[in-house]
Design a protein around this ligand. Structure first.
Ligand SMILES: NC(=O)c1ccc[n+]([C@@H]2O[C@H](COP(=O)([O-])OP(=O)(O)OC[C@H]3O[C@@H](n4cnc5c(N)ncnc54)[C@H](O)[C@@H]3O)[C@@H](O)[C@H]2O)c1
Length: 282
């Protein structure tokens, strides 16, 4: 792996770009517009200079990392990449369009990876020319701090592709865990029902939000309680993930609790709207 391609310029792409350049990989970044590419690079710059201010990185090193990002809107520049990761919006129509563009320009030996959280890897793999060279690299937010990468393989992903991506994740200082293509993979499948259960406990009046979160922090050593975590993730995102698990597995046990649904309908989405399970104006 010499050069990495990355399509998408949002939250996750900014973290993924930082992780790669910090580990010495030149990066070809493709966005929808010059302004979105600039915003993404500015995000990486901000994060690197935070490390400079903490004396964890020299300014010259930060500049060298930033110079390793070749940003633009043209997909043709991905032709020399050995790995191309798509991390655009979680929408099948958008991902279909982006993966079709990637497949058109990618080298025939290149591995194509998706950072999807919930879409079927098998369906996405069918959009590229070599499904055996297609894999999921599910990063976690914020990417530079979170060590896990779920390495998601589909029915056609080759062993060579799996081993290559596993080794690459290790080189990024991450902990790769191989998982099969299944809705929610492992983390979201376990985490979001836990958040849902906490909301049911709140609904039944077993305790208040603070009490429930304190139990999980002090009793399970979780750094954040499930309801505070839900507010951080965004209740609209929590709701969408639970709905998708419910639909994909066809199992009502994933149905979102009304305590979540009602807040979403009221626009009380958590930290980003100022109120969710907690009131952040206070
Ligand atoms: N946010 C998280 O915590 C998280 C964690 C793991 C994985 N993911 C996954 O990462 C991916 C990106 O999520 P994000 O949080 O960075 O989203 P985001 O909303 O911050 O960014 C989405 C990106 O998609 C781009 N985009 C939208 N429409 C496009 C189009 N038609 N063509 C090309 N680009 C287009 C946007 O310009 C933007 O760069 C999604 O698949 C998401 O499920 C997110």
């Amino acid at each position: 792996m010499k050069t990495i391609g990355l399509v998408g310029t949002g939250t996750m792409s900014t973290g993924i770009a930082q992780a790669f350049v910090q580990h010495g990989y030149p990066l070809v970044l493709v966005g929808r517009s010059d302004s979105s590419v600039d915003r993404c690079i500015a995000g990486v710059r901000k994060a690197l200079y935070r490390l400079v201010s903490k004396q964890q990185l020299h300014e010259e090193e930060a500049e060298k990392m930033l110079a390793a990002i070749n940003g633009g809107t043209d997909y043709d520049r991905l032709a020399d990449c050995q790995l191309i990761i798509e991390s655009v919006a979680e929408d099948l129509v958008i991902k279909t369009d982006v993966l079709t563009h990637i497949a058109d320009v990618a080298d025939e030996d290149a591995i194509i990876a998706t950072n999807t959280s919930s879409l079927s890897l098998e369906a996405l793999a069918s959009l590229v020319k070599n499904p055996e060279q297609f894999i999921g690299m599910h990063f976690f937010h914020p990417v530079p701090l979170m060590s896990l990468v779920e390495v998601v393989s589909g029915l056609r992903t080759s062993d060579l592709t799996k081993v290559t991506i596993r080794e690459l994740a290790l080189k990024l200082g991450k902990q790769p865990v191989e998982v099969k293509d299944a809705p929610g993979f492992i983390v979201n499948r376990v985490l979001f029902p836990m958040i849902n259960e906490a909301a049911f406990a709140l609904q039944e009046g077993v305790s208040d939000a603070e009490g429930i979160d304190n139990c999980m922090r002090a009793g399970c050593n979780h750094p954040l309680g499930p309801l505070a975590l839900a507010d951080l993730v965004g209740l609209d995102v929590v709701y969408a993930i639970l709905k998708s698990l419910q639909e994909e597995y066809g199992n009502p046990r994933y149905a979102p609790c009304l305590e979540i649904k009602k807040r979403v309908e009221a626009g009380l989405l958590g930290r980003k709207s100022g109120r969710g399970f907690y009131d952040y104006a206070k």
